[in-house]
Design a protein around this ligand. Structure first.
Ligand code: MN
Length: 164
């Protein structure tokens, strides 16, 4: 079905995704669309569903939106290693200020609708490029789960990182 109207084709909702990345050190890359780019943070320990956990999120360089479905092997150079699409979906800004303003101010609150992560998450800048990713207390919060352990498979291929 083709919807005609404004004349521009744009994604109605903002993209959210997490890639598991077996580079020099295994980590997770948390990315959300702000404008035309994917703002990106490295999560050394991955995300948590427990509001008691404050997961370090190190701001890294933007990625192109076209990277949002990438899964495969980066052959050489920076970031060489396997990339698995660990989670994907959309997010909405929970604050009144624009997401761009929230990013600049270092206080982001978003509602995520992914396959694995759902509900509110806060990203709070602490120092320099260091931020914290914290699950907000809601019906999706779970203090006892270990989501990276219990749900390791790709949402794209069903593979494990060792199978990429
Ligand atoms: Mn990475």
């Amino acid at each position: 079905m083709i919807i005609r109207g404004s004349g521009v084709c744009r994604l109605k909702k903002n993209v959210y995704l997490i890639q598991q990345h077996a580079a020099t050190k295994l980590h997770y890359d948390f990315r959300i669309q702000i404008g035309d780019a994917l703002k990106s943070w490295v999560l050394p320990k991955g995300p948590s569903l427990s509001p008691k956990e404050r997961r370090l999120a190190i701001l890294t360089f933007d990625h192109d939106l076209s990277y949002r479905n990438f899964e495969g092997v980066i052959e050489e150079g920076y970031g060489a290693g396997e990339v698995l699409l660990w989670d994907r979906g959309t997010y909405r800004n929970l604050k009144e200020a624009s997401i761009d303003t929230c990013f600049k101010q270092g206080r982001i609150e978003i509602g995520i609708t992914g396959k694995k992560l759902k509900g509110g998450f806060a990203l709070i800048r602490t120092h320099g490029k260091n931020w914290l990713l914290i699950k907000m207390r809601d019906r999706y919060a779970d203090d006892d789960s270990n989501i990276t352990k219990s749900a390791p498979h790709s949402v794209k291929s069903g593979k494990l990182i060792t199978e990429i």
